[in-house]
Design a protein around this ligand. Structure first.
Ligand code: NAD
Length: 441
């Protein structure tokens, strides 16, 4: 779905002029539709000598029936195993692989660089070299974003080679259309890897989604239902009709309650008395004012909704042992929580707090054989962003490598990757869904 600016600058005559003026010309991004292959074109895969992921990647490419790219011709994805890079002189392996291949990458192409978490690289020179991969990948993302392509760095812990599949599938596929320049860590796995039906990974699972009646929450509910989950949508009683429309269309259930109500954790726990597999804390609000004009009430209401109530719900569900084995908690942070934003001290504090929640709880959840991660959306086309004044709205859209806003489904697909039972090695990550926005980059 192209916004108005994209339509205008890509129209035949105006397009030529826009190009001459150097204006961004956003391309239409590939997005996933059911039944599509993971990657719809040839994949070129190689690695630096002594890499440890060759077998794992080859197995995954076979499992998704990926066509392998030959010595020439176009490629839809480029995957490079950099785990063997042991010092800075060997970083030239990146240049050797990508220099001849990057021009072969098709529109909405995918680049995935695989590395070892620097602190586990085994020596100081290896640690330095592995850390260097981050600057490389983020820069490459900026260079290829104009064609709707993305680049990510996935650090795979030694011993976690068998945990890569859900993450590599996500980053190769159009499901990650609006995610770029991200650094993700895959660890050993909090529980045994279950058998997965990749078309319906959430079959038999129960997923709670707060703020499910519209916007990003509705997209999360729909996407988790597509993946097979029974969705329990939650929203405030005033949104009853919209909430029911969402949950009834996907055969789900509704909870009508304000998450800040004193009895909300108990009510939610009672509704989920048979256990819950995925908890998505999506409900959130903005109450913008510069700090000099921020009364306590405005601050406190927002913090209650965006952060404190989420902590109480977690405590209740974990205290009553209602989060099932291989369970998932997913937070919805924001780019503002990373970069900060004028007029959003309250919002940015709450959303940075969501990242804190992920960092603080990840070790504890791992002990319970569960994971916690968060998405940090950038500019997403919703009713909230449609109401912004035109200046900040256009800046929000264009100041990113992909030069356009994302869609609610882009956030939802990222959450579905975290939620997958196969993502048992993905714990403690905050992943931006922001088209590699320049803000807070
Ligand atoms: N739209 C964006 O560009 C963007 C960017 C970054 C982060 N986010 C975050 O994504 C999430 C969803 O955003 P959206 O754009 O879809 O917003 P939205 O306003 O369209 O939807 C939020 C939903 O949460 C519900 N909600 C609010 N307060 C609640 C409460 N106390 N109890 C229960 N439900 C409550 C609302 O009724 C609404 O249905 C929010 O956490 C938001 O901060 C959005």
């Amino acid at each position: 779905m192209a916004d108005r600016y994209s339509q205008v600058v890509n129209a035949p005559l105006v397009g030529t002029i826009a190009k001459q003026l150097g204006l961004p010309q956003p391309v239409s991004l590939d997005r996933y539709s059911e039944g599509q292959p993971v990657v719809s074109g040839p994949v070129l895969y190689d690695g630096a000598p002594a890499g440890r992921l060759g077998k794992a990647v080859a197995g995954i490419l076979d499992s998704i029936k990926a066509e392998r790219a030959g010595a020439e011709g176009k490629a839809k994805a480029l995957v490079f195993d950099a785990t063997g890079i042991a010092d800075s002189t060997e970083l030239v392996e990146l240049q050797r692989f990508f220099y001849p291949s990057i021009g072969r990458l098709q529109r909405s192409g995918r680049v995935v660089v695989l590395g070892t978490p620097p602190e586990e690289a085994g020596s100081i020179p290896a640690q330095i070299a592995q850390r260097a991969l981050e600057g490389f990948t983020r820069s490459l993302g900026k260079e290829i974003g104009g064609k709707g392509s993305t680049a990510q760095l996935v650090y795979v812990e030694p011993g976690a080679e068998d945990q890569l599949e859900s993450t590599l599938r996500f980053f190769l596929s159009p499901k990650s259309a609006y995610v770029s320049g991200q650094v993700v860590r895959v660890g050993k796995g909090v529980s045994a890897m279950p058998k997965i039906d990749w078309d319906k990974p959430l079959a038999g699972k129960i997923a709670l989604v707060t703020g499910a009646s519209r916007g990003i929450g509705a997209a999360i509910a729909n996407t988790l239902a597509r993946d097979g989950a029974e969705v329990v949508g939650l929203d405030i009683p005033q949104m009853s009709a919209d909430l029911k429309a969402v949950t009834e269309a996907i055969g789900g259930r509704s909870i009508e309650i304000d998450i800040t109500a004193h009895d909300a954790p108990e009510v939610i726990a009672a509704e989920l008395s048979d256990g819950v597999d995925v908890v998505v804390h999506n409900a959130g609000v903005t109450k913008d004012r510069t700090l000099a004009k921020m009364p306590e009430e405005r601050w406190a209401q927002l913090m209650e909704i965006n952060l404190s109530s989420e902590e109480r719900i977690n405590d209740e569900l974990l205290g009553k042992k209602l989060l099932n084995g291989n369970g998932r908690i997913v937070g919805v942070s924001s780019m503002a929580g990373i970069a900060g934003n004028n007029g959003q001290t309250n919002y940015a504090a709450s959303k940075a707090g969501v990242i804190g929640m992920v960092e603080a709880m990840a070790p504890e959840l791992a002990k319970r054989k569960a994971t916690i991660n968060a998405v940090a959306p950038g500019f997403i086309e919703t009713q909230m962003t449609a109401a912004m004044p035109i200046g900040p709205r256009e800046a929000g859209r264009r100041l990113s490598s992909l030069s356009q806003g994302g869609l609610p489904v882009d956030v939802a697909e990222t959450i579905a990757w975290f939620a997958s039972p196969a993502s048992t090695g993905v714990n403690g990550n905050t992943v931006r869904v922001c088209g590699q926005s320049l803000l807070g980059a």
